[in-house]
Design a protein around this ligand. Structure first.
Ligand SMILES: NC(=O)c1ccc[n+]([C@@H]2O[C@H](COP(=O)([O-])OP(=O)(O)OC[C@H]3O[C@@H](n4cnc5c(N)ncnc54)[C@H](OP(=O)(O)O)[C@@H]3O)[C@@H](O)[C@H]2O)c1
Length: 297
């Protein structure tokens, strides 16, 4: 154990992977007073960290031996396996915290593999970019043993104040991660479409932005209503029926086409609404659309 400036004991951590994210993670641990060892496949990336007291391990064996908490943050789960499989015999008694992005099946498989080798396992999804690591509102979502999380929560909270344990199932954070990223890309694409649309009248993206962000606040409040409806399976249109939304989405398709803008996004939305109406749900709220995305039973 090391100590910080207040004399508190700090768990020794190892960070494997010094990409943009790994460097931010290692920097945050070091700044919080944790004895921090790093390893990266390509040497030389630790240079900026060494000045803040971080030690660079020459080998994976050395890196694994140095920390009781082993943080891995590399390109994908295949890379995690490439790094750890050759040192699997040294993992017993260690706690592996995998912050590499992946899918839920990959996280579950890695959790099982770690257990076979006697290592504790937590899987984390970082919902932030590297500059936000260490900030009080940075969300990192964890899955795996609740006891293990509780034991290391204080250390893990160094990386983000909004650190949350979601489930004993190590696959759940990856599921949240991809689901949240889907919202991000969907929103980005709609924003790009809208900016291109208003841009045909030389309206700057920055002039349009405040209207877009205010509107997102309203959209979030509609989502809160729809989430309750979805959980109840009752799609009573207290705001607007699906039928009411056919003309406006048609206007967006038309406006896009006459301005030479790709209309694929509103065309898809229009098709979703029309499909639900064809199934007999014209008077329901937009939340009814969730049924389109559910697996067929
Ligand atoms: N950047 C973000 O905003 C962000 C946000 C949330 C989550 N994440 C996740 O964090 C992880 C790392 O992201 P990043 O931004 O740090 O990526 P990055 O800058 O591209 O770094 C990738 C890292 O993976 C290592 N790597 C790749 N293949 C490897 C292999 N076969 N064996 C060993 N090491 C290998 C690289 O080592 P070399 O230096 O040797 O190439 C490097 O350290 C990813 O899963 C990413 O999805 C990133």
């Amino acid at each position: 154990m090391g100590t910080d400036e207040t004399g508190m004991e700090r768990t020794p951590v190892t960070v494997m992977g010094l990409g943009l994210m790994g460097r931010a993670l290692a920097g945050a641990f070091a700044a919080a007073g944790h004895p921090t060892t790093v390893w990266n496949r390509t040497p030389g990336k630790a240079a900026p960290l060494i000045a803040s007291g971080v030690r660079e391990a020459g080998t994976v064996e050395d890196a694994v031996g140095a920390g009781s908490l082993l943080i891995v943050c590399v390109r994908d789960y295949d890379a995690v396996q490439e790094i750890l499989a050759p040192v699997s015999g040294a993992l017993s008694g260690k706690v592996l915290v995998n912050l590499t992005s992946g899918a839920s099946d990959e996280a579950r498989a890695l959790a099982g593999w770690a257990a076979e080798h006697g290592a504790g396992y937590l899987d984390g999804a970082i919902m932030m970019t590297p500059p936000g690591i260490g900030a009080p509102d940075t969300a990192i979502l964890y899955g795996g043993s609740p006891e293990l999380f509780a034991e290391h929560e204080q250390t893990l909270r160094v990386l983000g104040g909004a650190t949350t344990h979601l489930s004993s199932d190590a696959g759940i954070p990856s599921l949240y991660d991809v689901a949240l990223l889907g919202i991000m890309w969907g929103t980005f694409n709609s924003f790009m479409h809208s900016v291109a649309l208003v841009g045909t009248e030389n309206i700057a993206a920055t002039d349009f932005l405040p209207f877009a962000t205010d509107w997102l606040g309203g959209v979030a409040s509609f989502m809160a209503t729809y989430a309750q409806q979805i959980d109840k399976g009752e799609y009573v249109a207290g705001d607007a029926t699906l039928e009411t939304q056919v003309p406006p989405v048609g206007h967006l398709v038309h406006e896009s086409r006459i301005r030479g803008i790709d209309a694929a996004i509103p065309e898809y939305t229009k098709a979703l609404i029309e499909e639900a109406i064809a199934r007999g749900h014209a008077l329901d709220s937009y939340a009814r659309i969730v049924e389109h995305f559910r697996p067929a039973v």
